[in-house]
Design a protein around this ligand. Structure first.
Ligand code: HEM
Length: 588
């Protein structure tokens, strides 16, 4: 209980002294510190638990707030409690448990993804893309995904691993097996695009049977009879465009912006019988276009990280472009239902006002598809028109030749909106095809997924189960195996049937030397989920171009640098673009 000891001390003068010291020994309460054995058992069980959590994530991809809280917060929380009970200190125990659990999860994930055991281990690709999806998300956020993937194909070949479970293909033989009727289904990429909480738009339905049912009203809305009925709407909006351009003509005009005013006003009229008023005011007066651009960026990021969609949808309306789009749609639908429409417009078919379906579509479904129509139909068409005018300005001989064709069909005084004549204008068709080849408004491939239990044979490749595949549109369209000669040059002649072709340089080639692989031409995608609005889009492109070039001489504004046009293209699923300043002079 006590310890006494004797001390001797010698002073500097050499004198010695002696004294006794006593220390009391008081026993402490016993400590529950981990023995080395306990510690290694705890550490092992900790690693094992993290491994199980990793396996659950890999196998089931949980994303609900409850399961995420349990797996990411509660599990390390339990360990922290265990450590605290062994007197290791609260801060230390919490820090160690959480940091170790999360680091272990990241470590297991990376180790598996780069290991030779991963099913995509044998496919080449950029190393960061193997490790995490966030690599591609970062590229996507820069708006240059199409160029990055094009470059990756140049470096690695026809098939590239662009994500932990994702492949990009540049091979025309992949089009049918991926996108065709017997091809692959849409995967989780699309579920993030649900436009209303819990309600799929046509675009985001993965199940092929459900998709076919939901596509029926769309097919009716885009058949020949329906398109004939839309001529009046197209005419009224094209005439409004020409009137707007006549008003603005004194100044330099951003023709790219005016194409968007047309695209949005037209689709607003078609989808909800509403007038966004952009052509009337010559501006994005209600901010719809800006909102759509924000929405497309959000959609394109969410698509790559599908679980993020659920969280973004929870954001308050003011900060959430998707929610704001919903709000605009609700307002317009309510008005359209109340006021009706003099036209059998797209909404008429989406609402099944003819009663063709056994069950009437619910309001959230109509709303969701109405918003889809505006997203899918406005920017795509106005981008295609803007690209076409950019190419015409950059290639004056093509511009002149197209105008000659238009003048020959519609001499002065003739109505350039005689729709029946548009389909018989081969050079106009060739210019549109060539524009959509070089700069398709949807630049990347559209993703499809292999089922979880079956591999797929895609052209010359075997795609393991649970893999997302994209056939890269931009790269396919610029591949000399598909389009030769001059795959990167705007040369509409390639689309015409001729015995001999004169190249822009003046040289000529024989028909046998030309390569035009139509199987590789997919600006509207391909198969049962291709663009249902293709014929409507082509009708708009022809009508606007005939009326516009018939009415105006267009020259590029002084000082405009053509190279900036392609630099300013941003790829957010749908293209966004910069301005295209022109001078217009009335012809007739
Ligand atoms: C030049 C103009 C256009 C281009 C290049 C284009 C391109 C495309 C592409 C590539 C897809 C497939 C997207 C995917 O699977 O992820 C698509 C789908 C779709 N497009 Fe278009 N589009 C255009 C105009 C239009 C127009 C005017 C409409 C009219 C509303 C429209 C409505 C749709 C719809 C509803 C889908 C989804 C089809 C489905 O999943 O079954 N598009 N479009």
């Amino acid at each position: 209980r006590s310890l006494s000891y004797i001390c001797y001390e010698t002073s500097l003068s050499g004198q010695a002294s002696k004294y006794t010291n006593t220390i009391m020994i008081v026993p402490r309460a016993p400590l529950h510190v981990l023995s080395p054995l306990d510690l290694s058992v705890t550490q092992l069980s900790f690693v094992f638990t993290s491994l199980v959590v990793y396996w659950i994530f890999k196998r089931y991809e949980p994303s609900s707030p409850l399961s995420l809280s349990v797996l990411l917060l509660a599990v390390p929380g339990l360990y922290a409690c265990l450590l605290i009970s062994h007197q290791l200190g609260v801060v230390y125990s919490v820090f160690v448990s959480y940091a170790a659990h999360w680091c272990l999860l990241v470590l297991f994930t990376i180790a598996y993804r780069v290991s030779p055991f991963h099913p995509l281990a044998s496919y080449p690709g950029p190393p960061p893309a193997r490790i995490s999806k966030f690599w591609l998300v970062w590229i996507v956020s820069q708006g240059k995904e199409y160029l990055y993937l094009h470059d990756m194909h140049r470096r690695y070949g026809d098939i590239v691993r662009i994500g932990p479970n994702e492949l990009s293909i540049r091979h025309s033989h992949a089009v049918l097996p991926v996108l065709g009727a017997k091809g692959l289904n849409k995967g989780s990429f699309y579920t993030a695009r649900q436009l209303l909480n819990g309600v799929n738009s046509l675009l985001s339905i993965s199940d092929p049977v459900e998709h076919a049912v939901r596509r029926r009203p769309w097919n009716r809305a885009m058949n020949t009879v329906a398109l004939k009925n839309y001529e009046a709407i197209v005419r009224s909006k094209v005439e409004e465009l020409i009137r707007g351009l006549l008003r603005a003509q004194a100044e330099i005009i951003d023709i790219s912006a005016w194409m968007s005013y047309f695209g949005y006003d037209f689709m607003g009229q078609m989808a909800f019988g509403t007038d966004f008023g952009m052509l009337k005011t010559g501006s994005d007066n209600q901010g719809v276009w800006r909102l759509m651009e924000k929405g497309t960026l959000a959609f394109s990021l969410m698509s790559h990280v599908p679980w993020s969609g659920k969280w973004i949808a929870r954001l308050p309306l003011g900060s959430n472009p998707v929610g704001m789009l919903r709000q605009i749609a609700w307002d317009n639908v309510a008005r359209r239902i109340q006021q009706g429409s003099p036209h059998r417009d797209l909404f008429h078919h989406l609402m099944d006002e003819d009663g063709m379906e056994p069950i009437k579509p619910s309001m959230p479904i109509v709303l969701s598809d109405g918003v889809l129509a505006i997203i899918a139909g406005s920017d795509t068409t106005s981008t295609a028109l803007s690209h076409l005018y950019y190419f015409l300005l950059r290639h004056p001989p093509v511009h002149n030749r197209l105008r000659q064709e238009i003048d020959s069909i519609f001499p002065s005084g003739e109505d350039p909106l005689a729709f029946g004549k548009h389909a018989d204008m081969p050079y106009l068709g060739a210019c549109i095809n060539e524009t959509l080849r070089l700069l398709p408004p949807v630049l990347d491939g559209v993703p499809r997924s292999t089922p979880s239990d079956k591999a797929a044979i895609v052209g010359p490749f075997v795609i393991p189960p649970n893999t997302t595949v994209m056939v890269q549109t931009y790269s396919l369209h610029r591949d000399p195996r598909n389009f030769h000669p001059l795959p990167d040059t705007f040369w509409p002649d390639r689309w015409l049937v001729q015995d001999q072709y004169i190249l822009p340089s003046g040289d000529s080639i024989k028909a046998e030397e030309l390569i035009l692989n139509r199987e590789a031409y997919i600006p509207f995608s391909f198969g049962p989920a291709n663009c249902v609005g293709k014929n409507l889009a082509l009708m708009e492109l022809r009508a606007v171009t005939c009326a516009f070039l018939h009415k105006f001489d267009m020259t590029v504004a002084k000082g405009f640098n053509f190279d900036t046009w392609e630099e300013n293209i941003l790829d957010y699923g749908v293209t966004t673009r910069g301005s295209l300043p022109v001078n217009l002079k009335t012809r007739y």
